[in-house]
Design a binder for this molecule. Structure first.
Ligand SMILES: Nc1ncnc2c1ncn2[C@@H]1O[C@H](COP(=O)(O)OP(=O)(O)OP(=O)(O)O)[C@@H](O)[C@H]1O
Length: 328
């Protein structure tokens, strides 16, 4: 991979998990482009398939899951869905930096953070390990931590929020140009969360990265993401420039998500929770629109035909009601 921000093209991606009821899709026919140098936010409620999509970028979906269809083309790496073994190991870390959702608990409890950093560096053939440590301290310092102390600590000596920052440091320290952050700041209070995301944005700009941030909280990405992609029941229901999506959401689900966040609505009394619950793998409708059970705009066609993602200007929306309105 060259030394600049890669573009990523996810095409027709379907990822299934084996369940007692057979193989069921957690991500279904998702197409999404990450433009080089952009920050994309993926939002959606729990179970919508966000983490599964993120894992697919590293071809790291584990059994009982598998990529059943589609491709993930990353500039300089090719289709990662077709990579395996050593090629894949090298790509992770050095070309694709990542923090997985459980990062707070994924450190080795028996080794100090510094020892784990050196292991990471060695496993990727880094010769200048002193430089690596310097870089790690610098990143931790920027995130408000005492770098030397953190590197000397074991996992149990760090709070959840500190561990999350360690996770972000590990994702950035090898200088990968594609960075995937899955719920990177959930253990932090709101102010620290905002600060950390500001730093992520700064590092992103300084290094010229392509970044993907995954969260259930649309407010988290509102300030950092250039583009937003909204997932529901394994489908990508709306995507477009953040300002446009937040300012004038098209899909009824996006509207519901935004209405539910007091700090986006501006007034805590006006925030309204979206009624109903998101589907699970077993309850996602097999035909028709996945959102129809909770949708105020439901029409007959929604019960039988899954809406295609249709481009409306800079926006892509998968909703029959929106398509009908646009063409009226
Ligand atoms: N190993 C697995 N086996 C079976 N089903 C799974 C497995 N991992 C995830 N799933 C299911 O796939 C669906 C998508 O899960 P995923 O974790 O990708 O969603 P998510 O949007 O990231 O949610 P969360 O924020 O809660 O992690 C869910 O219904 C989940 O229960």
């Amino acid at each position: 991979m060259s030394n600049k921000a890669p573009g990523v093209r996810i095409g027709g991606l379907t990822v299934v998990y084996k369940t007692p009821a057979g193989e069921l899709p957690a991500v279904r026919d998702v197409s999404l482009t990450l433009e080089p140098g952009s920050i994309t936010g993926i939002v959606g409620e729990s179970g919508s398939g966000k983490s599964t999509l993120a894992l697919s970028l590293l071809n790291a979906v584990q059994p009982p899951g598998r990529i059943a269809a589609g491709s993930v083309e990353i500039d300089g790496l090719g289709d990662v869905a077709a990579l395996s073994g050593e090629q894949l190991r090298k790509a992770r870390g050095k070309h694709i930096g990542y923090v997985f959702q459980a990062a707070q608990n994924s450190l080795n409890p028996l080794k100090t953070v510094g020892k784990q950093l050196l292991d990471l560096g060695r496993s990727h053939g880094i010769e200048d390990l002193r430089g690596l440590v310097r870089e790690a301290k610098e990143l931790l310092g920027r995130m408000g931590l005492d770098g030397a102390r953190v590197l000397d600590s074991h996992q149990h000596e760090l709070s959840g929020g500190m561990r999350q920052r360690v996770g972000i440091m590990l994702a950035l320290v090898l200088n990968a140009h594609l960075v995937v952050l899955d719920e990177p700041t959930t253990a932090l209070d709101m102010i620290t969360q905002a600060n950390i995301l500001k730093i992520v944005r700064e590092v992103h700009a300084e290094r010229g990265l392509t970044t993907l941030v995954i969260t259930h909280d649309i407010g988290v990405v509102a300030e950092v993401a250039d583009r937003l992609a909204v997932m529901y029941g394994g489908r990508l229901v709306e995507q477009g420039p953040t300002r446009e999506v937040l300012g004038a959401p098209s899909h009824p689900y996006t509207r519901g998500l935004i209405k539910a966040i007091p700090r986006l609505v501006g007034d805590i009394d006006e925030a309204q929770a979206l009624p109903g619950r998101p589907p699970t793998l077993a309850t996602v409708p097999k035909q028709g629109c996945v959102f129809r059970e909770r949708c105020a705009l439901r029409m007959d066609v929604c019960d039988t035909v899954d809406p295609e993602a249709v481009e409306h200007g800079t926006r892509t929306v998968a909703c029959h009601a929106v398509t009908v309105k646009e063409h009226a």
